[in-house]
Write a protein that binds this ligand. Structure first.
Ligand SMILES: Cc1ncc(C[n+]2csc(CCOP(=O)(O)OP(=O)(O)O)c2C)c(N)n1
Ligand SMILES: [Mg+2]
Length: 813
């Protein structure tokens, strides 16, 4: 190359370098201005709450340079700069989120369902089908609980490992939407204080053990709200505390990097190295970003002057990452090449300020326009209603209040319209009818706006799966329940290449009850595998992998230990569809086993906790293993997250062996009337249902005809109101389960009496029979006296009949 060509090349290289730096500077300024203006919007009452990413801009710009299509983020509320940099958030959308705009096209992160600062990409199309995630940069939907993003992060990173280790799978057409042979990185972000949480440690350990491509950034600004780092972290440093995880020549582990939040070149260099290592070699990395600042304090809920020293407040100014970036740019001089001048930087900053202000105004206009339409319509209808009403004076007063309201929101409109309708309660007019209809239609519309997508609304939702009953051959073949499950899983693993089954003892020995016996040998360690004892991240693995196109079944060894995972199930999995308004899904099946066996922590049945904490998931409570297998088969054809609770004492019980393993399924929300009867409807599920079947026989000999119903799934619950129809005939209801009193029986009773309106069919008060409120005592006697037993069921039902007809059924006691 001639000297002249070299010079031209150098200057071209420098121009693109310089443009990149100025682009980064502009982005940092825009993000900062958005934080500053965001705070004002909250303090002036336009938005309710604000939590912003100021001070974290440079580190996030450095990270985003390494963020490729197909990669995933699992982070928290400070990450606005990442989202802006990867172009999955505009400043307009940022403000729309702050105002809680409920139109998903305008606020695509959560359609206003989550507070500002909670980010997500649209990973599904409008029908709920997967988009090509390799053509976009992905962010799993944030949640507010600190460190709640960590379990899911493990699964997002593990998916790359699964795809890389299973070449056949990663080359399927389906997989190409999710992976390029496992080269994708999962970026985790967390605040310094949130590293104190259990899920952080569990996730870090799990990723280190599994060697998965996770890039964990800790934004260390020294505080968790007001509590300083020395109260949070051993050695006052997360990288020091985790130093034992550093890999060595002979032992795998983490690569740990330490950098500073205001040091642009070092940040860029660090992320370049760290992400390459994770992507190419699947080594998990931790990047401890120290000296991150927090110019405005924690959130709009208070000011940091209350807890920061004057020195620290001064440090926030002196080490403001944008000021430091400016100094670096102005001090840069490579062979006479300079990046920019003070004036140019100031002008970029001023331009950024204007861009943000304009974007905010547009977002506010969009937000208010939407409401103005409803406001105008309501005022018009109220005015008309006033004209023809005797209550005119009062109605006009309400109208005036609404018309004069300062920046009214939907709540103001509805409060006025509904109070006017109540004023018209005693009148009959077309205007009243018009107002009532308008309210009804708009309420329905708001139901969609604020309450849709708790469950899947795609064509793959669990209720749309076509029912195929189990078929049986002529030879009445019987086998252990566990064998039925195992044979069914075998067929499913053959049929569905994305299916993975994992958990404690699930791999090598095939589960503590041998329901997966021999399946690891047959299908390999990347399909059926063991995990550490860590329920919360077992579920997290499942969530993350389900978000990347795999079909995980995560095993929780016993139902009692589901409580370790209840937070991640409730806060994360159960809300994925809802909190993104159908923008994301995680069709994870959690498999566990429970109800009666032995002792306090192997007999639990906390079904009330579960049905109440896990709305958004399907809850299946099969009474035997054929039913359980049927539910797995239904769920594997659907795109919904679910929990299947196998009855723990049924693995060695003989069941008929279906001939269509892997094909038959069990519909959700359809109770089974196992035996028809006319005196009383006996409702139960799971293990206690089997006791009810025994009790029913004795009751028949006592002259009581029982209609025996297995509810089969608690969510959804009896969608066709079969139980209410049964009560039309029997007029008496008896519910049995082995939760505490008023637990799941309270839920069932409410569903039947209130939702199904069965109250009017009743001749006797409904009766519930559950376990004692204490935990179940150990041993068979402990079980007999702690849980409902066959004698209890028979006698309590006899008592109901005795109260109805004491002559026919004289008192026993
Ligand atoms: C489980 C849980 N506990 C408490 C909170 C309330 N909270 C929100 S943010 C926060 C501090 C987090 O500090 P840090 O992790 O350092 O992040 P930073 O805000 O400093 O970036 C707390 C306690 C929460 N959201 N979740
Ligand atoms: Mg902090």
């Amino acid at each position: 190359m001639s000297d002249e060509t070299t010079q031209i090349k150098e200057s071209l290289d420098f121009t693109s370098f310089k443009n990149q730096i100025l682009h980064d500077f502009k982005l940092a300024c825009e993000s900062r201005e958005a934080s500053l203006l965001g705070r004002k919007e909250v303090l002036t009452g336009k938005a309710k709450f604000g939590i912003f990413g100021d001070g974290k801009e440079l580190a996030q710009i450095a990270l985003s340079k390494q963020f490729l299509d197909g990669d995933f983020r699992s982070g928290y509320y400070r990450d606005q700069t990442i989202m802006l940099a990867i172009e999955e958030l505009t400043i307009e959308q940022y403000f729309s989120g702050l105002y809680a705009h409920s139109d998903v096209d305008i606020e695509p992160q959560s359609a206003g369902r989550q507070m500002g600062g909670h980010y997500a990409t649209r990973n599904l199309d409008e029908q709920g089908n997967w988009k090509d995630l390799m053509k976009q940069k992905n962010s799993s939907a944030d949640i507010s609980p600190t460190a709640g993003q960590m379990p899911r992060l493990v699964g997002l990173a593990q998916a790359s490992k699964i795809y890389r280790s299973n070449k056949k799978l990663s080359e399927t057409e389906k997989a190409k939407k999710f992976t390029n042979h496992g080269n994708e990185v999962a970026f985790g972000t967390i605040g310094d204080a949130s590293t104190s949480e259990g899920p952080f440690w569990e996730a870090i350990n799990a990723a280190g053990v599994m060697q998965i491509p996770l890039v964990m950034s800790v934004w260390d600004d020294g505080y968790g709200i007001s509590v300083p780092r020395e109260y949070q972290t051993t050695k006052n440093s997360i990288s020091d505390a985790l130093a034992g995880m550093q890999r060595t020549e002979s032992k795998t582990g983490y690569e740990i990097f330490v950098t500073r939040g205001w040091d642009y070149p070092h940040l860029c260099e660090t992320y370049d190295k760290a992400v390459r290592l994770a992507r190419e070699e699947h080594v998990p990395v931790l990047i401890h970003v120290k000296e991150v600042n927090q110019p405005q304090g924690h959130s709009t809920s208070g000011s940091h002057e209350r807890y920061k020293s004057p020195e620290r407040l001064q440090w926030e100014k002196d080490f403001d990452c944008i000021e430091k970036f400016k100094d670096w740019i102005l001090g840069f001089n490579a062979n006479g090449h300079i990046i920019s001048t003070k004036e140019e930087l100031e002008s970029i900053h001023a331009e950024a300020k204007k861009t943000v202000k304009d974007a905010k105004s547009t977002a506010w206009k969009q937000f208010t326009n939407d409401i103005t339409i409803d406001l105008k319509e309501a005022c018009e209808l109220i005015k008309k209603a006033a004209e023809s009403s005797e209550q005119k004076v009062f109605i006009l007063k309400e109208l005036e209040k609404l018309e004069k309201a300062f920046e009214p929101i939907r709540k103001d409109i509805f409060t006025s319209a509904r109070s006017v309708l109540r004023m018209l309660a005693q009148e009959n007019s077309t205007d009243k009818e018009n107002l009532a209809n308008w309210i009804k239609i708009k309420l329905e519309n708001c139901n969609q706006r604020y309450s849709s997508h708790l469950y899947s609304e795609s064509t793959e939702n669990a209720l749309s799966v076509k029912h195929q009953p189990p078929l049986y051959g002529d030879d009445e073949e019987l086998d252990d329940g566990r064998i039925i499950l195992k044979e069914n899983f075998k067929k499913c693993l053959e049929k569905i290449p994305e299916l993975l089954i994992f958990g404690e003892d699930a791999g090598k020995i095939g589960g503590v009850n041998q329901t997966l016996e021999g399946l690891q040998e047959k299908f390999g360690e990347h399909r059926v595998f063991d995990t550490g004892i860590r329920e919360c991240t077992i579920v997290g693995q499942g969530i993350g992998m389900a978000m990347r196109g795999l079909r995980p079944i995560a095993e929780i060894q016993y139902l009692d230990y589901l409580l370790y995972a209840i937070q991640v199930l409730s806060d994360d999995l159960a809300t994925v569809q809802y909190r993104t308004k159908g923008g994301q899904k995680a069709p994870l099946i959690v498999s566990t086993r429970g109800h009666r066996l032995e002792g306090i922590w192997h007999s639990g049945s906390p079904m009330g906790v579960i049905v109440n904490a896990l709305r958004g998931m399907r809850i299946c409570v099969p009474r035997n293993m054929t039913k359980a297998a049927g539910f797995y088969n239904t769920l594997l054809q659907s795109d919904e997250p679910a929990l299947v609770i196998e009855p723990l004492n049924g693995y060695r019980t003989k069941e008929r062996v279906p001939v269509n393993m892997g094909e038959f399924n069990e519909p959700l929300g359809i109770p089974e009337i196992v035996k028809e009867g006319k005196d009383i409807t006996l409702v139960s599920y799971g293990s206690t249902f089997n006791l009810c079947e025994i009790a029913e026989k004795s009751l028949t000999t006592l002259g009581i005809s029982v209609e025996l119903i297995d509810v089969q799934t608690l969510i959804p619950f009896d969608i066709n109101h079969l139980i209410s129809k049964s009560l039309e005939k029997t007029n008496r209801l008896f519910i049995v389960d082995e939760d505490v009193s008023s637990g799941a029986t309270g839920y069932i009773l409410d569903k039947i009496m209130v939702e199904q309106n069965a109250f009017f069919h009743m001749d006797s008060p409904p009766v519930t029979l559950s376990s004692k409120d204490h935990r179940p005592a150990y041993g068979s006697d402990g079980d007999y006296f702690s849980k409902p037993n066959v004698d209890d069921i028979i006698e309590r039902i006899y008592e109901v009949m005795s109260e109805t007809d004491p002559l026919r059924f004289p008192k026993l006691y």
